[in-house]
Ligand binder design. Sequence first.
Ligand SMILES: NC(=O)c1ccc[n+]([C@@H]2O[C@H](COP(=O)([O-])OP(=O)(O)OC[C@H]3O[C@@H](n4cnc5c(N)ncnc54)[C@H](O)[C@@H]3O)[C@@H](O)[C@H]2O)c1
Length: 340
Amino acid sequence: MSKLRIAVIGCGSIARHRHIPEYAAHPDVELVAFCDVVPERANFFANQYHATAYSNYEDLLANEKLDAVSVCLPNYLHAPVSIKAAQSGVHVLCEKPMATTADEARAMIQAAEEHHVFLMIGHNQRFMPPHQKAKEILKRGYLGRVISFRTAFGHPGPESWSVDGKNSWFFRKNEAVMGAMGDLGVHKADLIRYLLDDEVSEVGAIVDTLAKNNTDVDDNAVCILKTKKGVIGTLAASWSYQQEDNSTILYCEHGVLRLAEDPVNQVVVSLHDGSIENYQVGAVATNEKQVTSGVIDDFIHAIQTGTKPSISGEEGLRSLSVVLAMIESSDKKTFITVQP
Ligand SMILES: NC(=O)c1ccc[n+]([C@@H]2O[C@H](COP(=O)([O-])OP(=O)(O)OC[C@H]3O[C@@H](n4cnc5c(N)ncnc54)[C@H](O)[C@@H]3O)[C@@H](O)[C@H]2O)c1
């Protein structure tokens, strides 16, 4: 079988930490082209993988014979670049948040459908070992119904993450559109939908800029969620937690499920009968400590088997819709019904 020909568009942090090494580690993949507006970033990887460097993604799509691309760009470029790639007949793995509006996200889904290519969104929280284990435990049913939850994702902010540091696009509303909510909140909105196998139906939120003076996007948010099945919970997203929090607690009928709270036992089940189950399954990824995301392997598997990726454009749209509703709730100071 010939190798799948892949290009990576945007050669910043998520590309260099996750997409590029995970494609490079895949035996059935050939990295053939890289694109970045900063030419040395694309050149660096093109030299390393004997590939071609571009500074314009349209030139890359026009010149290269590709099977798929990763879109690792600032949020405002996700939709136009993903749509253009789909129109060129290549499968698309786009980073989260899928887009900046629901209409953009729908246009991405439509472009992929019309051109018979797959669209996958990089919601890697689903694949993290504690979350996979939690899914398995919940499926077994012995915890009973989930009644409420709290989930949080906070770290000091993108200054130490983005390739452009404190001058990053992450801090500019015209490129990021959303701040901590688009960076971190959308991860947890997606995780809750995934773990509960449920849809968020209603949200209330306070989304604010409290800690940073170099930005016109949100850096802190606290949100209340209700799901279609009637579960209620809270979600916090922050760029000012100096100690990272990436934890989730599910309060269930027969016990409590704690995820990524204890660094040793990443999954802890405390049953109401007093018994405790500790699981050492591996950590969630942090900015400093990266672990294999599993997203790239899943994307390649989807292409090879012709099976729609599990984290499809429709899934990305639903998680994005939750975050957009939270921002609307904060702006309007009222609860909002989530419109997928
Ligand atoms: N799944 C995850 O856990 C995760 C983690 C971090 C970031 N992300 C997402 O990945 C995306 C990229 O984030 P990042 O952290 O890599 O940002 P980054 O700032 O480190 O890198 C962005 C890169 O895009 C390049 N770029 C900007 N405009 C371009 C254009 N028109 N054409 C080509 N290149 C262009 C920049 O020069 C830069 O190299 C964001 O949407 C972000 O939300 C996802």
